[in-house]
Unconditional design. Structure first.
Length: 203
């Protein structure tokens, strides 16, 4: 039986992945080619040399391969509790010119306009975005303890990536980072793995 000490030694922070296609322009080309193929498939083949169906199928497969090649899988890991609290403290709720706290920010206890992007950046562990996350958190916590000026969120390749994300992709990315840190950890269930394979049922 595994002891609590062994479980603590093996403990790891939760992780998840999110896939982002960086060639959204290819979606329109795929839709056009797919629509043309559907129309052709409703009609009988009119000549021996074909009517372009094979070429369209090849074009669609090529587009799908190109989109797959342009898709990046980002791996996220939740920050530790101390790191998360330090990040929240670095993004306090906004105040207006009357020194009144933004109501929505106050409910969450943080600046919604800056916090989520910062969390996204410090949660991403791969691919390498050109930032040292551990060094940033070390600097942030030390600055807070000393009452010094807080370091800005790491830059690296993030500005370039954020410039090419749609609002939906950006929202999905920041949501993934948020729920990774604040969501419940459940044991996942695989329906596919639970199905009995007839060829191995007797093993």
């Amino acid at each position: 039986m595994t002891t609590i000490q062994e479980k603590l030694d093996a403990a790891r922070l939760p992780e998840r992945t999110i896939s982002i296609c960086l060639r959204g322009d290819l979606v329109a080309e795929h839709e056009i080619a797919d629509a043309e193929l559907e129309q052709l498939q409703k009609q009988p083949v009119q000549r021996l040399g074909g009517d372009g169906r094979a070429a369209l199928r090849e074009r669609i497969r090529a587009l799908e391969a190109e989109m797959a090649e342009a898709t990046e899988v980002f791996r996220l890991r939740a920050p530790t509790r101390r790191q998360y609290r330090a990040l929240v403290a670095a993004h306090p709720p906004r105040r207006n010119e009357k020194d009144e706290v933004d109501e929505a920010d106050q409910v969450m206890g943080l600046d919604r306009s800056t916090f989520f992007e910062a969390l996204m950046r410090v949660s991403t562990i791969s691919p390498d975005m050109g930032v040292d996350i551990e060094a940033y958190f070390k600097e942030l916590i030390e600055a807070q303890d000393a009452g010094a000026d807080l370091p800005k969120p790491p830059q690296g390749d993030w500005p370039k990536l954020i410039d090419v994300l749609t609002d939906k992709q950006y929202g999905d990315f920041t949501d993934a980072a948020w729920y990774l840190s604040r969501g419940e950890i459940k044991i996942p269930f695989s329906r596919a793995a639970s199905l009995t394979n007839p060829s191995t049922a007797r093993e």
